[in-house]
Write a protein that binds this ligand. Structure first.
Ligand code: G3I
Length: 328
């Protein structure tokens, strides 16, 4: 008869063995923010990754110990995943999805419709029927591949200007605001169980015109039957902005959606107080399901020189991490 430990080893998916592991003797001991957040009643505390970051042993060691949810930083963006019409490139997102699945981590899909990182062939479309079909195919192919594996999707990203008007993009210019309905309906058809999000930045103060525009438009779309489940607040903020996040999250949660999330948190200079205030904003809001930090170590951040993350360039936990561990 096989021992329990042998049986459990046999149960490990082969993909789990393909990623770097850190030897126990060199691995630093870290507490899981994810486990603490789940114990506090939330769904997840996560971060980002992609193939290159998952090839880094130290980064993987931190992710496995601290986080329970992954967002693809770049590999699911349109220019990466469908660089030519009909030419889907799933190699990199597969790495992320396989790693997260093998490690029992939740996955946020990011992002289906975004004006940025968009191939020229999409921007060149001027015909409404053609653009609708291209949007629908993009969404059904990608969500269809990962159906049941990705629990939340950023269906549309960054569609508002700061004054609350619609951002100039091929989607808005050719289809008007109807592109939002088209995208969410395609997403709902592709994976009826995934939670479908509208995601944006600078939703960091309840007074922002963009917050008001988000709530007003989402309420209108939901009343019209557009299947929007949640609002994502990116929260790329500066030191000192953390104190405004609780009211901002409350304002977003007042919309007619089932849930909200903090989707891309990073804070210049990573003050512990701002991190705590930002995470508290989600903790205190019943509709807020989780927090995703936009990166693990400062040197991997998209904001070079601002050191906005929970781990420094050498992978050491910073005061903000220790504070969250103590207070969650
Ligand atoms: O992959 C190419 C590579 O082939 C090329 O050689 C290299 C040369 O510059 O560029 C590589 O692409 C870069 C890509 O990251 C992957 O590393 C792009 O130039 C660079 O612009 C891109 O930056 C990303 C940015 O979004 C734009 O897509 C950041 O890593 C990523 O953190 C950032 O994330 C966004 C969210 O998706 C949306 N919200 C804001 C957030 C921060 O900007």
């Amino acid at each position: 008869m096989y021992s329990t430990s042998l049986l459990s080893l046999l149960a490990v998916p082969l993909t789990a063995l393909a990623f770097p592991t850190t030897s126990l003797s060199t691995r630093q001991e870290l507490e899981s923010l994810h486990d603490k957040y789940v114990a506090a009643g939330k769904q997840y505390f996560g971060t980002i990754a992609d193939e290159a970051l998952l090839a880094d042993e130290q980064n993987v060691g931190i992710i496995q110990q601290v986080f329970g949810q992954l967002t693809a930083e770049n590999s699911m963006k349109w220019e990466s995943i469908q660089p030519t019409l009909g030419g889907f490139n799933f190699a990199q997102p597969d790495v992320l999805v396989d790693f997260a699945t093998a490690n029992n981590m939740l996955i946020r899909g990011h992002t289906l419709i975004w004006h940025s990182q968009l191939p020229q062939y999409v921007s060149d479309i001027t015909d409404a029927a053609e653009l609708t079909e291209v949007i629908e195919t993009h969404i059904s192919e990608i969500m269809g591949r990962y159906v049941g594996k990705i629990f939340q999707w950023d269906v549309v990203n960054e569609i508002f200007n700061e004054d609350g008007s619609f951002r100039d993009s091929v989607f808005f210019n050719v289809l008007g605001e109807d592109f939002v309905r088209i995208a969410f309906e395609a997403a709902k058809a592709a994976d009826p169980d995934a939670k479908l999000y509208i995601n944006d930045f600078n939703l960091d103060s309840a007074d922002n015109a963009k917050v008001q525009a988000m709530v007003t438009n989402v309420n209108k779309w939901v009343a019209e039957g557009v299947p929007i489940d949640g609002i994502g607040s990116q929260a790329h903020i500066a030191a000192g902005q953390g104190s405004a996040i609780p009211d901002a999250i409350k304002a977003l949660a007042a919309a007619d959606v089932a849930e909200v999330a903090i989707t891309e948190l990073d804070i210049a200079d990573a003050p512990a107080e701002d991190y705590q205030q930002s995470v508290d904003a989600c903790t205190q809001e019943p509709k807020c399901v989780g927090v995703t930090v936009w990166g693990v170590r400062d040197n991997d951040s998209w904001r070079p020189g601002t050191n906005p993350l929970l781990f420094d360039a050498t992978g050491q936990p910073k005061e903000a991490y220790n504070t969250l561990v103590s207070n969650l």
